[in-house]
Design a protein around this ligand. Structure first.
Ligand SMILES: Nc1ncnc2c1ncn2[C@@H]1O[C@H](COP(=O)(O)OP(=O)(O)O)[C@@H](O)[C@H]1O
Ligand SMILES: [Mg+2]
Length: 367
């Protein structure tokens, strides 16, 4: 900190705490503004001036939505329904429009000040400009995706040569050579599938995969997919149970991608269940969505792992040791479900059952 500032702070300390508080608010590097209960701006610090392009004098007394013009104003304004209980501070991501009509991505943190009756009398919001962070994230994603993409060609070439060797194109093989080459071939295929899955996630997240959306029957999909898992389940003596209502509305989805969602969840449910367990796949509907669940018993997911299991390459600490996998299955599930406008989440009890639930919008919504 500059000596001038220190001197100023020292002097201010002798004046009064209120002036010190004002000085801190004025000079903190995070945008801050305060609103009264009519959403009118009553405080606006210099970082807020810098991010928005407005001066404090220009905004005092004006409506918050008029100044920030954020995409949250209409849909998620914290003062919209003041009686609604909300977490405080409440974190939100948004895009605001500056005085010079530029769009700036920001993160908001909102704290509600309430009177004794619980009524909000003021709101304090801090916000940061995250455009640089977003730009770096985008840059990192492009680099990773270029790297993964460039791995595909050498892997395809190596795989091609292994197949030629296996076919005896370079002379006869001893049984041992054949056995080793088969293992190499298998691993190359596995690597190729990881890379393709990873690229699919990146593409899905950036909206580059166009879904072929059509009316689909989840009932039909579930019955088709479960057949493919009968053998795998039988090997572990797992009882596969389907619970479906007599009538289930069609969803608006990409059949192939929805198959991937159900297959990944069923594959996990079987893989992470003990011998002789029961795996249930069920579906029902709300007015907007078809809701599917895949449930299994078993050791469950550790609470410390729960926030990460949808992250690409994340594998539970025990899975890493005991079971094969890439850690990409649930990341794919999440990106496909979200690309359909649905949601996916998990409830897991470390001792008991694990239930994955996902929603897919219905083809025709209830009136
Ligand atoms: N049904 C389940 N029961 C218990 N743990 C699960 C289940 N599904 C997923 N997990 C945990 O989540 C992690 C990530 O799953 P996933 O992305 O499919 O990767 P992978 O199966 O290749 O490890 C797994 O490694 C495992 O620890
Ligand atoms: Mg998996």
């Amino acid at each position: 900190m500059h000596n001038d500032n220190l001197d100023l702070i020292k002097k201010t300390l002798f004046i009064d705490k209120c002036s010190l508080f004002n000085l801190v608010i004025r000079n903190m590097p995070i945008g801050l503004f305060a609103l009264d209960n009519k959403k009118k701006i009553i405080e606006f610090n210099s970082a807020a001036e810098k991010i928005t392009g407005y001066t404090k004098e220009e905004v005092l007394g004006r409506q918050c939505s008029e100044v920030l013009n954020s995409n949250l104003c209409e849909i998620a304004c914290p003062l919209q329904d003041p009686s609604h209980p909300r977490p405080s501070p409440m974190e939100q991501e948004a895009t605001i429009q500056t005085k010079h009509q530029q769009e700036v991505p920001v993160t908001f943190s909102t704290t509600f000040l309430r009177d004794e009756e619980g009524q909000i009398y003021s709101v304090i919001r801090t916000f940061r400009d995250v455009s640089e962070i977003r730009r770096l994230e985008e840059h990192r994603k492009i680099l990773i995706s270029m790297f993964a993409h460039d791995l595909k060609a050498p892997i395809a070439i190596a795989g091609g040569f292994v197949i030629r060797l296996l076919k005896g194109k370079a002379g006869p093989l001893t049984p041992k050579q054949y056995e080793y080459l088969t293992i190499i071939d298998d691993k190359i295929r596995q690597l190729d599938s990881y890379i393709r899955s990873f690229l699919d996630i990146l593409k899905m997240e950036s909206g580059q995969i166009l879904l072929s959306i059509e009316p689909c029957s989840m009932t039909k999909l579930i019955y088709e997919i479960i057949e493919g898992f009968r053998m795998e389940a039988a090997e572990k003596k797992i009882y596969l149970k389907i619970e479906l209502p007599d009538f289930l509305s069609l969803v608006f989805g990409d059949k192939e991608q929805l198959q991937r969602v159900i297959s990944n969840l069923l594959d996990n449910a079987i893989k992470y269940s003990p011998l002789g367990a029961k795996v249930v796949i069920r579906a029902n509907e709300t007015s907007e969505n078809v809701v599917c669940q895949v449930q299994n018993s078993g050791p469950g997911i550790k609470p410390k792992d729960l926030p990460h299991i949808f992250d690409p390459f994340f594998r539970g600490s025990e899975s890493k040791v005991k079971r094969t996998g890439s850690g990409l299955g649930l990341a794919i599930v999440k990106s496909i479900v979200e690309a359909h406008g649905g949601k996916v989440w998990v409830d897991s009890n470390p001792e008991g059952k694990t239930v994955f639930t996902f929603t897919i919008p219905k083809y025709i919504k209830a009136p």
